[in-house]
Design a binder for this molecule. Sequence first.
Ligand code: PLP
Length: 385
Amino acid sequence: MPFSHLTHLSCTKCGKTYDPALLLNVCKEPGCAGSLFAEYELPRLSKTDVASRDRTIWRWHEVMPAKRPEDIITLGEGGTPLLHARRLGARLSMPDVWVKEEAGNPTGSFKARGLCAAVTMAKALGARAIALPTAGNAGGAAAAYAAKAGLPCHVFMPRDTPKVFRLECEAYGAQVTLVDGLIDDCGRIVALRKEAEGWFDVSTLKEPYRVEGKKTMGYELAEQFGWTLPDVILYPTGGGTGLIGMWKAFDEMERMGWIGSKRPRMISVQAEGCAPIPKALAEGKDVSVRFENAHTYASGLRVPKAYADYLVLKIVRASKGEAVTVSDDEMRRGVNELASSEGLYAAPEGGAAWEAVKKLLASGKLERTERVVVFDTGTGYKYVD
Ligand SMILES: Cc1ncc(COP(=O)(O)O)c(C=O)c1O
C-alpha cells in the first residue's frame, strides 16, 4: 500500500483538478482563485490499523499528503488530549462537555498541525523559502517548522500583535516584518512581493495543505470518542481552517466506513469586534464582507475577511450550526473559568469558545444533555502583555 493515497488537488469553487506534484497556491482558472483541496483514493484501511501508531498527525498518513515518510518535517504535533470538563459542565448542568486542548502542540497552538503539513509539502515540492501573514500563532509555527526544514521564512504580522509572537519567530530564525494594519494587509504584502522574492505563500487556504494538517483534529475527535462524533463543536474562527478541515475529515471517515452520516453542529465563534461570519450568516450571504475597524485582544480572531469564508459559511449551514459572537470581557472571563475550574490556561480564543457554550444554552440552541466539544486552540501564556 502506498504511504499516501493522495491522487490530485481539486478546486473548491470550480472543481478543476491539478497534479499534486506541482507546488500550487490557488485555482488558476481565470476569475476563480478558489482554495484547493487534497483528494485521496481512500484506502481500505481499518481504523484499528492506526491504533498502534505514534500519536502525531502522521498516524493518518494514508490520508495525508506526504508521499514518503522521509519527507515529513515533524516536531511531534497532534495527539492532543480530549478532556472532560466536569466542573465547568456541572455549573451548567451539562454532564457531557469536553475540551480539545491544543495548547500542548509544538509552539503552543493548533497552528502546528497545519504548518507542519504545509512546510513538509513546500519543502518536498521544491520551495526555496516560505512567507505568510499571521495573527501570531501561525507565524511561530511556520518559523519553527521552517527552521527544522532548513527553509528561510518571512513572517508579516500586525505591529500590535503581542510581542512574544515576534520574539519566538525571530528565535526560530524567521525574518519578521511588522505591518501597520491587519492580517489581510499583511497578506497583500506577501502577495505583492512573493514572485520577485521567490517566496512560496503559505497563507491559510491559499495553499492546499494547512487544511490537511488541521483536519487531523477531526480524526482524533472521532477516535477519542470511540468512533462517534459529538453533537456540537465550538470552534474559534479566524480563517476557519480547522472547521473546514474537520468537516473534510468527517467526510473522508464516512467514505472509509469509519463513522456514520451523523455530523456535529459546527459553531463558528468570533469576537464582537470582528464578526464577519456571524454577520454574513445573519444576512443570508454566501460570502462575508470585510469587517471594518476589526478589534479584539484575541489576535487569532482578528481576521476581517477569511479567504475561504464561502466554505466556512457553507459548512456552518450544512451542519445546522450557528455563528456566535463573544466580547473581549466575556473571553477574559472564559479564560479565567477554564483556568480556575479545569486547570487550563487557555488562549482568549479558547475562552471565547467556552463562553459561546453559555450563549447557546441561554438562547435555547443547546440541550443540556448534548455532547459538546470546545476547542482551546492555544496556550494563554503568549497573551500576557
Ligand atoms: C489561538 C488561535 N485560535 C484560533 C485561531 C483561528 O484559527 P483559524 O484560522 O483556523 O480559524 C487562531 C489563528 O491565529 C489562533 O491563533
